[in-house]
Design a protein around this ligand. Structure first.
Ligand code: ADP
Ligand code: ZN
Length: 722
């Protein structure tokens, strides 16, 4: 493995392996077949590319999409790795050149589309060389259970048989066990080892806001992502076109993408996006397959996706380079109705039911009050063990005690209306009763004679909706996933009869997105821009996508560390010897010039290795916690990172949660409530866990602040470790 590490550093320019990469490489080098299931951006390619450089013979890579193949080959060539591809898109001259390189053994890797395997010239070629490894990318295409079945993939099992000394690897980002089994069976793998990586994508920032004035909300969001590349997903073609018109009129760099455009238009638009000519693609779900642009910095969902699988795939197209990327979903109840309407058009009842179950999971994700990674990751059958991911809106939002009031009386009104009308109606009907609207339906059901008729006139329709959704989130009210009718849960009777208090918001939420505290990476944006422009110039000259030259993560690190010598430049992630040779002097001279003409050096260098480390190598909470353990105080750290003290406490909580210890002295002195109350809080933690503070906050009727609760949580978690 020494050799593998050396290749990782010298060729690829990385210091350490990502989770599972090392094990997978070891298995491949030892010629053990394996199946690799890893989310997009997890780093699958390296797993077979490094062994390919260690084997004497050829590594064949089967990949379904020609566009993807081209980018990958280009990326390898930029790293100085001899790579060939053979397909119909090449000119005869290029085809011959690639062919010769494989035949002579010069090329270490050969990329092929599955349909090429049947071609006579190719099969003669492959039989004349020594093949050490057969890699099947997007291996789920072999399974009819996968979402992207391809007939051509079916013959891969037989193809493989004629290369008995080659190891076989299947790679996919699709997780279902059924598809996994299908892959191993159809590829006729020999006692394969399975490697399944976590589905968490820790660098994606997850956020959901109520959709109110979507166009303004989009503008607001885009203005926070100036000069960045991103995708906006819409439900319909019409919506795509109109959003594109409106945004481009305002000067935003956008292009549309949907099934209504000609192939040519779609390809052109996609190409412009990949080459950073256009910043924003506005698309229906038709967009994204076969894109491996690594510097997509945001994905905005203008409409609600139909299910969590699509949502996960779509947001997964951002942040492949590991740099923070923002995923925003605009959520509205009208969208749910729209999707339900389409589901109801389906003929097959089983299909309808399954679509509803999937939609329900999507809604749960959008409505959750706890860390969004819980409903998301758990959906894929994996248990997400961290309470507080620090990378979603719920984990980061300052819990807003001010907006919360005692809403028990309103809750009681709504619950009794549900009860009196028989728990079979949907929300709109219930609100009509509360507001005393004598609709035909209400009159025919005789509900205008109920005592609850009109008892809710003190709130607006909108306010009742908001309240109802909070009761659903708190599981006091349960929504039937088939019919949308509302029912009372067990705990509803506590509210109705035992005077259990309910806290919530009845104020209509503001239209604007809550400003979340920035947790971005500190780097010199001006320098980054200069480097980005240079990257684009070089890419254009060579006719390749910019991210193939350097990933965003590499440019960011340059704009943070200011390398000035070749050795320093080699320390940048993603810079190997070949990239240093090709681009080192150009980029170094930009950096040196910049430092000479700007007074940045002092400031940035002073930002110590701590911040440097935090951005790309080590998660922020660990860096903070270690600094804390080394003696920095919470106040000092909050100042250093320019965040509230609460955030630092949250980092410490997360660190403890991962099984680490922290020193307690600095925490204990901040606790203000007395011992007996502390004990009560700890008992609550014992009983109900530490995932959400909200229940406990409400249990103590808001007497213990969130700040205090978060603090006690850290102390609790730390003591539990003893
Ligand atoms: P996948 O095929 O799983 O979607 P890729 O193989 O394209 O992911 O890798 C995603 C990104 O992560 C690429 O930019 C790649 O260079 C980078 N990467 C892969 N392995 C490492 C590593 N060990 N350290 C740093 N970056 C890595
Ligand atoms: Zn979270």
């Amino acid at each position: 493995m020494q050799k593998a590490k050396q290749i990782l550093k010298e060729i690829f320019g990385y210091d350490s392996f990502r989770p599972l990469q090392q094990e997978i490489i070891e298995s491949i080098v030892n010629k053990k077949d394996c199946l690799v299931v890893m989310p997009t951006g997890g780093g699958k390619s390296l797993c077979y590319q490094i062994p390919a450089l260690m084997f004497d013979g050829l590594t064949i890579v089967i990949s379904p999409l020609i566009s993807l193949m081209k980018d990958q080959v280009e990326q390898l060539r930029q790293l100085g790795v001899e790579t060939a591809l053979l397909n119909s898109s090449l000119s005869q001259k290029d085809y011959n050149l690639n062919f010769t390189n494989v035949k002579s053994g010069k090329a270490k890797l050969l990329y092929l589309a599955p349909e090429s395997l049947q071609k006579d010239d190719i099969s003669t070629l492959l039989n004349s060389v020594n093949v050490d490894c057969i890699t099947v990318d997007e291996a789920h295409c072999i399974s009819e259970w996968g979402h992207d079945f391809r007939k051509d993939y079916r013959q891969l099992g037989n193809f493989k048989k004629s290369f008995s000394s080659a190891v076989c690897i299947g790679l996919t980002a699709t997780a279902t066990p059924r598809v996994q089994d299908d892959i191993m069976k159809n590829l006729k793998m020999d006692h394969p080892k399975k490697f399944i990586a976590s589905f968490d994508r820790p660098n994606l920032f997850l956020q959901v806001i109520p959709k109110r004035e979507p166009f303004l909300q989009v503008i607001d969001f885009l203005n926070e992502h100036k000069n960045q590349s991103g995708i906006i997903y819409c439900f319909s073609r019409k919506q795509v076109d109109s959003l594109h018109d409106n945004l481009s009129e305002l000067g935003y760099s956008t292009k549309p993408y949907h099934a209504g455009l000609s192939d040519d238009e779609r390809n052109t638009n996609q190409d412009l996006f990949i080459k950073d000519e256009v910043q924003i693609i506005i698309a229906t779900i038709a967009f994204g397959m076969g894109i491996n642009k690594s510097n997509v910095r945001f994905v905005l969902h203008y409409d609600l996706p139909k299910n969590l699988e699509s949502y996960y795939q779509e947001i997964g197209r951002s942040g492949r380079d590991g740099v923070r990327s923002d995923c925003l979903l605009l959520f509205s109840y009208a969208d749910i109705s729209k999707i339900n309407y389409f589901i109801d058009q389906k003929e097959d009842e089983r299909e309808r039911l399954s679509a509803k179950v999937h939609l329900e999971a999507m809604i749960k994700y959008a409505e959750t009050e706890i860390c969004r990674r819980h409903p998301l990751i758990n959906y894929f059958g994996e248990v997400y063990k961290i309470d507080d991911c620090a990378m979603c809106d719920n984990c980061l939002a300052e819990e807003d005690d001010n907006d919360k009031v005692d809403v028990t009386v309103y809750a009681q009104k709504l619950l009794s209306t549900l009860k009196r009308t028989g728990e079979v109606f949907g929300l709109n009907y219930i609100i009509d009763v509360l507001l005393g609207n004598d609709t035909d339906r209400i009159l025919s059901n005789n509900h205008h004679n109920l005592s609850v008729f009109g008892v809710g006139r003190d709130l607006s329709k909108k306010q009742w909706q908001i309240l109802a959704h909070q009761l659903i989130r708190k599981e006091i009210v349960i929504r039937d996933s088939d019919y949308g009718s509302l029912k009372l849960s067990q705990s509803a009777s506590d509210v109705l009869f035992n005077n259990k208090k309910v806290f919530g918001v009845i104020k209509e939420p503001e239209v604007k997105r809550k400003k979340l505290k920035s947790i971005g990476i500190e780097y010199d944006q001006k320098l980054f821009e200069l480097l980005r422009i240079k990257r684009k110039q070089i890419a254009d000259k060579k006719g390749i996508p910019p991210f193939v030259i350097f990933a965003d993560s590499s440019l960011i690190q340059m704009a943070k560390d200011f390398p000035q010598t070749e050795n320093e430049f080699l320390r940048i992630g993603g810079v190997g010897v070949k990239k240093l040779e090709s681009y080192g002097s150009i980029f170094l001279s930009i950096i040196k010039n910049y430092l000479k003409n700007n007074d940045v050096k002092q400031k940035s260098i002073k930002q110590t290795t701590r911040i440097k480390k935090s951005a790309l190598d080590e998660p922020r909470h660990r860096v903070v916690a270690k600094a804390y353990n080394d003696g920095s105080s919470i106040t000092e750290l909050a100042e250093e990172y320019n965040v509230q003290e609460q955030t630092i406490v949250n980092h410490l909580a997360r660190f403890t949660n991962e099984g680490n210890r922290i020193r307690l002295d600095g925490l204990l002195e901040r606790v203000t409530i007395d011992k007996s109350k502390q004990k009560k809080v700890f008992n609550e933690f014992d009983e109900n866990g530490t995932v959400t503070m909200r229940n406990i906050f409400e249990k103590f009727n808001g007497e213990i602040s969130y700040n205090e609760l978060h603090l006690l949580r850290v102390i609790y978690l730390n003591n539990r470790k003893k």
